[in-house]
Ligand binder design. Structure first.
Ligand code: ATP
Length: 614
């Protein structure tokens, strides 16, 4: 397919706001693409050239893109003010499109195929080292000269991570199923396989090529992260007991979810991905590389949102190396730990370790330990369809001794609980040990990648008021504020949750109190990176609540509140009489949890029902 045809299809999607229509257009697009092209489209929709777990980003600032566009403008129309146009529209894609449209008749454009553009994008992604930004700029300028207005628009949007198509992973899965079967019948199986491979482009390729049978064969490959299984909440111990018979109970660690992989022969196993040939041969092997016999084995650590965090925790990497296993996948929580006093440190301390620079120094000040609580794969065998009790037993049997002798790995404790009373006492035992609470697990359940279910239930301490859990809100925008806050340029935040039925973000709260001046400075700094001029298409916010500044849905914050109330003001869970849900007395607990997903409307409704006293 020509890149131009794809861009015209994107424009068509942009003209529609209904998810059904967008799904239909996308499914028709998939039916016209070659399978490799379908992979590429899945990545481009997310402004990427490969899945999230491969750390390959464009890393191009808005400023640099404006500069590149100014260079192109100087050849077309010396009067065209790129920065001013961007100020007006807030969309670099639209700016470059109107710039390139100025002399459309006198110019013959290169006809790039989608594959050729993909090659060019990889050339840009793979530039690194000194002088890389100039080299990237030169490549972008050359490309922008060559291509038509509509292609320029989407090229710039991809490069600036602002596709604005309103297409989520869910819509892509729907569209794939519709393309192949005319219905959404295959959707659940696709989602399951997506949970195992975390690579939408690969999944599209396998499905469109080999159908559902091939999709069902997608298995775990160490080195390729699996989506983390998530937990449900309940209002009290009795309710948990009613859901799970004789549960296994583990401590709830409040750190960073880390999936630890011992990787064997990764390059060979991912040869069929469209992106694999573009990776440098020695990719990511410096820190984590080790030799075991004749094989090359490496260690990788992934966050819950599939980000490669291997380099952030060198002490964990070296302890995992000493286990001397061929291949394995562990589920764990990495948490800052004070060895001298034997105490867990607060979440904020652990977060200091989420950094790209100065790692060795900070690791000395804030050492971490990985608390391993599950085993998903071992020496060539996938364990996710084995019962939890069996996986946990394997973990203990195989690793107890080696983990004991390792400094930075700790096996999570397990309790086989036989009564509600015992459940309650294990909870307080953990809370008294400085932990956040407990996770209660169904001993006969499988590990379900990316799924939230009552097979794992959390019980946390210290939720004030009637609410039984914190809420993770996505920041949709902010307000300038009054008084001293004027100096910061920010005084309140608009938080939303995700409505999975509508595939939209809907407002649920305005947060403004209990935030210190230092926090406001940090908050503003984070949000400034994601500011857009206009309300994103997939946001629902009442007119009376429109923020002064909009931001795209990239930052998730954890909020505590007294309770969830019904509200005519917020759009979350709006019923036919126009009443939604809101948070009463919201307080910020953790700013920027750096996770992909926020709380959903369905979860808010379930929390509302479970509120103490309801
Ligand atoms: P949610 O996971 O519900 O979206 P959240 O990110 O705020 O919300 P928490 O309320 O902290 O998460 O609880 C769930 C998380 O607890 C898990 O995703 C996992 O990272 C962490 N966790 C800590 N200890 C364990 C354990 N023993 N088993 C499973 N998960 C654990």
């Amino acid at each position: 397919m020509k890149f131009k045809e794809l861009c015209e299809c994107f424009e068509n999607i942009e003209r529609h706001s209904s998810r059904i229509e967008m799904t239909q257009i996308l499914s028709e697009l998939f039916s016209e693409l070659k399978v490799d092209e379908s992979s590429i489209v899945c990545y481009l929709i997310n402004s990427r050239v490969c899945p999230l777990f491969i750390s390959k980003e464009f890393n191009i600032s808005t400023k640099s893109l404006i500069k590149a566009m100014m260079a192109v403008a100087s050849e077309i129309d010396g009067q065209f003010d790129v920065a001013k146009e961007y100020d007006n529209s807030g969309d670099l894609g639209l700016v470059v499109q109107s710039l390139k449209s100025l002399h459309v008749s006198s110019r013959k454009y290169e006809e790039y195929s989608l594959e050729k553009i993909y090659d060019k994008l990889w050339e840009i992604v793979n530039i690194s080292g000194t002088g890389s930004s100039t080299q990237k700029m030169n490549k972008i300028i050359a490309l922008l000269r060559d291509i038509s207005p509509v292609e320029s628009k989407f090229l710039v949007r991809v490069l600036s991570d602002r596709m604005r198509l309103g297409l989520s992973g869910k819509t892509v899965l729907d569209a794939l199923s519709v393309c192949k079967t005319g219905t959404k019948d295959d959707r659940d199986d696709l989602e399951l396989a997506y949970g195992v491979c975390s690579d939408l482009g690969y999944l599209a390729n396998v499905y469109l090529d080999g159908g559902l049978e091939s999709v069902k064969k997608i298995g775990i490959i160490p080195g390729n992260p699996i989506m983390s299984m998530l937990v449900e909440r309940e209002k009290d111990f009795e309710s948990i007991w009613e859901r799970i018979d004789n549960p296994i109970v583990q401590p709830k660690f409040d750190g960073i979810r880390c999936q630890i992989h011992i990787v064997d022969d990764f390059q060979n196993k991912i040869r069929d991905r469209v992106w694999s040939k573009y990776l440098n041969k020695n990719i990511d092997t410096q820190q984590s590389f080790l030799s075991s016999g004749n094989r090359n084995v490496e260690v990788k650590i992934y966050s819950r949102n599939l980000e490669d965090m291997t380099d952030m925790f060198p002490e964990v990497v070296s302890s995992v190396k000493s286990l001397n296993l061929r291949s394995a996948v562990f589920d764990s929580e990495v948490i800052a730990y004070d060895e001298s006093t034997g105490t867990f440190l607060p979440f904020q301390d652990t977060m200091v370790r989420k950094r790209k620079y100065d790692i060795a120094n900070v690791a000395m000040d804030v050492p971490v330990k990985a608390f391993i609580f599950d085993l998903l794969y071992l020496n060539g065998e996938s364990l996710i369809v084995k019962p939890t009790e069996e996986r946990i037993k394997m973990l203990a049997d195989m690793l107890e001794d080696s983990i004991k002798s390792s400094n930075n790995l700790v096996l999570a404790k397990n309790w086989n609980v036989k009564s509600v009373k015992e459940l309650e006492s294990v909870f307080y035992e953990n809370v008294n040990a400085g932990l956040e609470g407990i996770i209660v697990k169904n001993p006969v359940s499988f590990y379900r990648p990316g799924r939230r279910s009552y097979d794992w239930i959390k019980m946390k301490k210290s939720i004030e008021g009637r609410l039984v859990d914190t809420i993770d809100v996505v920041i949709m925008g902010f307000y300038f504020g009054r008084g001293s806050q004027v100096d910061f340029g920010i005084g309140a935040l608009l938080g939303g949750v995700y409505d999975e039925k509508l595939d939209r973000y809907v407002s649920i709260t305005k947060i403004g109190t209990g935030i210190t001046d230092e926090q406001w400075v940090e908050i503003k700094k984070t949000l400034d990176k994601f500011v857009v001029k206009t309300q994103p298409d997939n946001y629902d916010v009442a007119r009376t609540l429109l923020p002064d500044v909009w931001v795209i849905p990239k930052v998730v914050a954890t909020v505590e509140a007294d309770e969830i109330t019904r509200s005519p003001v917020h759009k979350a869970g709006l019923d036919s009489s126009g009443i939604g849900y809101a948070l009463r007395f919201p307080r910020l607990v953790v700013w920027d949890r750096q996770k992909e997903s926020c709380t959903t409307v369905a979860e808010v409704k379930s929390l509302y029902k479970k509120q103490k006293g309801n």
